[in-house]
Design a protein around this ligand. Structure first.
Ligand code: CP
Length: 315
């Protein structure tokens, strides 16, 4: 494929290929000398229309580790602020011949639209409530390294499912790999249609966590609740916040995940988040660099092959 727009478009075999390559990049990243020339001579532009700490910095590090020239567009000081549209901005950058465009946008589908307009490879770094494919891939790598497999696991995804592109991408990926999926949260934060992705729906946290291998907490996304129902933080933590008492319903060796950023004391107790015997939250961040290296490496190979074919055709 030319782009990475969502998990929806990936097969189980393609997911495994990305995870296997990412595994190798974890090793490279841990070395003191971290050189690879997979993206040598290539230009990567990061366009983040929404805030980011983990995704933007790890895409930048990943590109640099692979030898790309990386440019971070500062959207806050760009001509977007003068009213330039997303597509015009993308076309402008496209005219400078980048090879990889990493895009985060608040509108679902915006990255897919942009990908149809440019000549380079586009990676979706999160679009609205739609997909966050590299997050699901880094979560899968974290689970596989921790549990030794990425199939036949009971995975509970808990909290604000309605606004979560992370939940959607994870459900699709974990479903394709053959896992037992559960969604836990208040009915007000449980969108219709998610059950069609093959998950059991639970309103009660203790029931949903029973014998889970993986407990994936989601951030309560107040910024996306635009005028809708916002639960009381106290009540929410009481019913859906992960604490030691509720976690005890999961398997004794269950791992705790959170994509970040975390609202401590809202969806997760700070002590659980920091418990190195249960929480793999920092591993998720580490895997983020390796997974993004793998995704960009594979897309760059496809891009080089496509350009080679076009060159041959032109003779
Ligand atoms: N998980 C995630 O996407 O984090 P950032 O918003 O910090 O990139």
């Amino acid at each position: 494929a030319r782009h990475l727009l969502g998990i929806e478009q990936l097969s189980a075999l393609e997911i495994t290929t990305i995870l296997d390559l990412a595994d190798r990049y974890v090793d490279l990243n841990r070395r003191t000398v971290k050189q690879s020339d997979a993206l040598a001579g290539m230009t990567q532009i990061n366009m983040f229309f929404e805030n980011s700490t983990r995704t933007q910095s790890s895409f930048e590090i990943a590109g640099k580790r692979l030898g790309a020239d990386v440019m971070n567009m500062n959207m806050a000081t760009s001509s977007v602020k003068k009213g330039e549209t997303l597509i015009d901005t993308a076309m402008t950058l496209n005219a400078m011949h980048p090879d990889l465009l990493v895009v985060r946008h608040g509108a679902s589908g915006a990255v897919n639209l942009l990908a149809q307009k440019v000549d380079c490879a586009v990676l979706n770094a999160g679009d609205g409530r739609h997909e966050h494919p590299t997050q699901a891939l880094l979560d899968a790598l974290t689970i596989r390294r921790s549990k030794g497999r990425i199939e036949r696991l009971t995975v509970a995804i808990c909290g604000d499912v309605a606004h979560s592109r992370v939940a959607r991408s994870n459900l699709i990926l974990l479903g394709k790999m053959g896992n037992n999926l559960r969604l836990i949260g208040p009915p007000t934060l449980m969108p219709p249609g998610f059950a069609e992705l093959g998950a059991g729906i639970y309103g009660d946290m203790r029931e949903g966590l029973k014998d889970a291998d993986v407990v994936m907490m989601l951030r309560l996304q107040k910024e996306r609740m635009d005028g809708g129902f916002v639960p009381s933080m106290r009540e929410y933590y009481h019913r859906y916040g992960l604490d030691a008492e509720k976690l005890a319903f999961a398997k004794p060796d269950a791992i705790v995940m959170h994509p970040g950023p975390m609202n401590r004391g809202v969806e997760i107790d700070g002590e659980i988040a920091d418990d190195i015997n249960r929480s793999v939250i920092q591993d998720q961040v580490e895997m983020g660099v390796a997974v993004r290296m793998a995704c960009m490496d594979l897309l760059a190979r496809n891009l080089r092959a496509e350009r080679g074919r076009r060159l041959m055709d032109s003779y």
